[in-house]
Design a protein around this ligand. Structure first.
Ligand code: CO
Length: 134
């Protein structure tokens, strides 16, 4: 059911320093920082040949990243995003097999303008999983 790895999101305490490491040490193509106000994050996209890394930093008071960084002050992998062809069919399959979908279970428009859902990390070995319809 799941397809390509769309991105891995990493919460970082210092966005400029993290972007510089990917650009200068790892030699990756790195975007300028972008504020995604409605999602409470400032993001740098690291473009790789087969996927993307998203470096996430809190933006605003109620950022979903702030609590994660409070628990993980040096940063860490926040979630992975897998592509699916039909997000409602994917949700129904997961619910039928006992997985928990976060929120009200209805897909929301995510950071890339496409429908997304998040799955409970306790159902997936401690990893928050995002599904994105492509
Ligand atoms: Co994501």
């Amino acid at each position: 059911m799941i397809g390509r790895l769309n991105h891995v999101a990493i919460a970082v305490p210092d966005l400029d320093a993290a972007a510089a490491r990917y650009r200068d040490m790892l030699g990756a193509t790195v975007s300028p920082p972008r504020d995604e106000t409605e999602h409470g994050v400032r993001v740098v996209f690291v473009e790789l040949p087969n996927t993307k890394i998203e470096l996430l930093h809190p933006l605003g008071e109620d950022s979903p990243i702030a609590g994660f960084l409070a628990r993980n002050p040096s940063g860490g992998i926040h979630h992975m995003c897998f592509e699916v062809a039909d997000i409602r069919a994917a949700r129904d399959r997961l619910l039928a097999r006992g997985a928990r979908v976060l929120g009200d279970g209805e897909p929301k428009i995510g950071a890339h303008g496409k429908p997304v859902l998040f799955l409970h990390p306790k159902d997936f070995d401690g990893t928050l999983i995002e599904l994105e319809e492509v």
